[in-house]
Write a new protein. Structure first.
Length: 296
C-alpha cells in the first residue's frame, strides 16, 4: 500500500543492517513494507539490494527513505507479487506490457511469464482482455464503425466507383482509420484586475491542464505527456476526467490536438471575484475554462 506519511522503523543492528520495517520511495510514491517481503524472491533486484551489508551504497531521498527510480504506481503490483508470488490485476488492466517491463527490471522471471501475452494456435493473441495496452487493440471494430459512417455521410460515393469509396473510407488494410471522438481541455486560472480605467490585467501561469475524454483517444493524442496517475486503471474504451498534462502550455496542447486531426467545436468560461485588497482597488478573479475538440 502506498502511504504518504513516514512510519517508525526499528533500528538496525550491526549483524542485521536493515530494519524490520522499511520505507521505500519509488518514483515519488512512498511504500512501507517488511524486510522479509523485499527478500522473498532470491535473485531478484530487491533481494540483492536488501541482503547486502553495505547499506550506504543504496540511494536515499532527502528523508532517508530508500529510493528506486522506477514507476511508483506500477510498483504496487510488484510489491503485491513479492508478498505471496501471485498476480492479481484489475479488470481491463491497460498497462500490462509496462508492468512486464517493470518485472524484467526487478528480475522477477516468474512474474514476467505471467504477464507475457499468450498465443493461440492461430498465432494470435488469446482471449485475455488484459493482455494489450490500448494502443495495441484490434482496429477491426473501429474500421467497421468508420465504414458505416463513411457510407452514411457520402451517399454519392458510389457514382465515382464502389472500389474507390471503400478505399477512401477504410484504407487498404483498415489500420489507417482514426477513431472519432471528443476531447475536452480544461484549466483553472486567476488574474488580478485593478481599477476600471486600468486596461491591463496580471495573469498567473496555468497550474494544471485537465483532459477529459476516452482513454484511448487521450493516450493517442498526448502520449508520454499525459499523466495518468490519478486514474491509472481506466479501461481504454471508457471515459475519464481525471487525466492531466505534464506541461502547462495551452498552445502546446492545442498543437498536439491539431496534429492529430482535432478541431475546436465549443468553449466556455466562468469567472468569479475571489476577494479584493483592502488598501487597493485590485481584485483577484478566478476562472475555469473548457475547450471541446472533435475529430470525425
Amino acid at each position: 500500500m502506498a502511504l504518504a506519511d513516514n512510519a517508525g522503523c526499528a533500528k538496525p543492528s550491526e549483524d542485521f543492517p536493515f530494519p524490520e520495517i522499511i520505507e521505500l520511495n519509488v518514483g515519488g510514491q512512498v511504500y512501507i513494507t517488511r524486510h522479509p517481503t523485499l527478500v522473498s524472491v532470491p535473485g531478484s533486484l530487491l533481494w540483492e539490494m536488501f541482503t547486502q551489508k553495505n547499506v550506504r551504497s543504496l540511494a536515499r531521498d532527502s528523508k532517508g527513505r530508500f529510493f528506486v527510480d522506477r514507476d511508483g504506481f506500477l510498483f504496487r503490483y510488484i510489491l503485491d507479487y513479492m508478498r505471496d508470488q501471485q498476480l492479481v490485476l484489475p479488470d481491463h488492466f491497460p498497462e500490462r506490457s509496462r508492468l512486464q517491463r517493470e518485472a524484467e527490471y526487478f528480475m522477477l522471471p516468474e512474474l514476467v511469464k505471467m504477464l507475457a501475452p499468450k498465443l493461440s494456435k492461430q498465432n494470435s493473441l488469446g482471449d485475455d482482455p488484459c493482455q494489450s495496452d490500448p494502443e495495441e487493440l484490434s482496429p477491426n471494430a473501429d474500421a467497421t464503425r468508420n465504414l458505416s459512417s463513411a457510407s452514411a455521410t457520402l451517399p454519392s460515393a458510389g457514382a465515382g466507383g464502389p472500389g474507390g469509396a471503400v478505399t477512401a473510407g477504410v484504407g487498404a488494410t483498415g489500420t489507417d482509420v482514426r477513431r472519432a471522438g471528443f476531447i475536452t481541455i480544461g484549466y483553472r486560472g486567476s488574474y488580478t484586475l485593478g481599477r476600471d480605467s486600468q486596461t491591463d490585467a496580471k495573469f498567473r501561469r496555468v497550474a494544471r491542464i485537465m483532459v477529459c475524454g476516452k482513454t484511448s483517444l487521450a493516450k493517442e493524442v498526448f502520449g508520454d505527456t499525459l499523466n495518468e496517475s490519478r486514474d491509472p486503471d481506466r479501461p481504454p474504451e471508457r471515459y475519464t476526467s481525471r487525466y492531466y498534462l505534464k506541461f502547462t502550455f495551452l498552445e502546446q496542447a492545442f498543437d498536439k490536438l491539431a496534429d492529430a486531426g482535432f478541431h475546436m467545436v465549443a468553449c466556455n468560461s466562468t469567472g468569479t471575484c475571489a476577494f479584493a485588497h483592502d488598501q487597493t482597488d485590485d481584485r483577484i478573479w478566478t476562472s475555469y475554462t473548457e475547450y471541446v475538440f472533435y475529430r470525425e
